[in-house]
Design a protein around this ligand. Sequence first.
Ligand code: ADP
Ligand code: MG
Length: 594
Amino acid sequence: MDIVHLLPDHVANQIAAGEVIQRPASCLKELVENSLDAGATNIQVIVRDAGRTLLQVIDNGKGMSQTDARMAFERHATSKISRVDDLFSLRTMGFRGEALASICAVAQVELTTRREEDEVGVLLEIDGSEVITQEPCACPVGTNLKVKNLFYNVPVRRKFLKTDQTELRNLLTEFYHIVLVYPKVQFTFVHNDEVLLDLPVSSEKQRIEAIFGRNNARQFTSNLIDLHTDTDLVSIRGFVSKPEASSKTSQQYFFVNGRYMRHPYFHKAILTAYSGMLPGDYTPSYFIYFDISPEAIDVNIHPTKTEIKFADEQTIFQILLASVREALGKFSLAPTIDFDREGEIEMPTLSAGSSRMPNGPGLPHIQVDPTYNPFRPKSSTPSGWSTLYPDRPTATMPSAEQAPLFEEQNIPTGVPYQYAERYILLPTREGLMIINQHRAHICVEYHALLRQLQEHTGLSQQLLFQEVIELTPDEIACMETIEDDLRAIGFALDRFSKTAYGISGVPAQLQQGDAVMLVRDILHAVMETDANVAQKWQEQIALAMARNIAIPYGKTLSQDEMQDLCDRLMALKNYARTPDGKRVVTLLSDNDLP
Ligand code: ADP
Ligand code: MG
């Protein structure tokens, strides 16, 4: 008996869907792109339960005829290309004709659509690739597509969806990628009946402000410099942030011919233009729009991939670099000082006042607070806490990471000595240990914080005045995921409004500094890693927090402080590197010495 046969369409579609529609966000992208391709000027996105139960896109585009509406759900059905050559002059977002076929294979789809020239529209209901209903209906010009119960027939996929907060964040990220390039199109985004974004027709800059502006008390876009370069090969427009407005939580976007892309190589060009202007792990924000002949890029990439190949990347790298440099230069912000002593100097952050650089580029001025003591005196409470709140019960510090776990060779044989206000030199049995003070303290605090997170033992210090942090929708989604953890380490948080939280207390270890900045740093650390299990995001929280409270470089340490830091460090199981892999300790064995 012959055993080779063709797969039925619905099976083939479901397989294809595995590639094209991985999560609600990819579904949203396909639908909104279709609306844009249909010339819509108003697009409404309505979502329920982060897209699990409903993802609806309503547009005022050109709509479809009865026959087209039916055809659109067939595999490889597209109105956008018909010949191979068309691929090389593509100006639409879609062209594969796979999206709708894939979506209807893994969801229940309801479509109403009407063209201007038709008196009645059509209603189409499709359930797992099977047409249930097709009938005329009265509806406005345009297309209204509901995707219900995504992956209802693919339990494995459904199981792999992350928490609603994470999926909502993914939806918003995908949405930002699109709305940032189409400021002339009006968009709204509604989640569980709440309008998260309402974006009127505007300029590019206003669109950026409408999305990210809530982040800052000052206008976000007032910190952006315009940039514009035209060459035969490519036209580059956009905005880059003033160096002094850069931060650890920057917004970085490349677009090519109206499509979002990731491009690590071009990212490097931008960083190169800023080199010497930004301290440590600060990066600039940028929104760069490339316009290039479609022939010079490879569009025939995988639908879910955001990397795009350019024919002449090196030349574009140079043009981009020059363009950003020129823009920065125009604002007489030319690089003056080389920060790159080690290539990776970290800025002291919150402990030395604001971690933004108020005075523009310059050497990091390290303010030392002479009373600042990050080390709890042995057998006492964390620094300063007991004196601040004498009535409160004494806290027990986490002890596991301080169990005497000295490895034989690390037993200190002499007293620590501070070198260059940066390193602690510690003689041990094995040789001379050189310990980076800032990183060592990160390690120590990190483990203590992780424990507090798990045991809810963080101590809080009340703020004199409540601070309010305004958040963007994706930040809110992240906040809802991690707010209990923030409370566990000592933040006192209250939901203030739909878009804001009030901060009335901070972890006791935080001596001074900007609570709002710290919370934002933490949120972005969690968002960037896309952490979706508590353990993972708690690690991010602990690390971001540890970075902020760790003693800075340039701080003179007393003998006791050094001793205490060395003891706590050496008691950790793993102290050679920080949790993010930076080297903490170098050992010079006697053999290394002349
Ligand atoms: P592609 O976008 O690659 O052509 P899709 O499966 O996404 O493939 O869509 C198939 C076809 O359905 C499109 O080519 C277009 O003609 C039609 N279509 C889809 N969505 C819309 C819409 N919102 N308005 C008008 N036509 C649409
Ligand atoms: Mg499409």
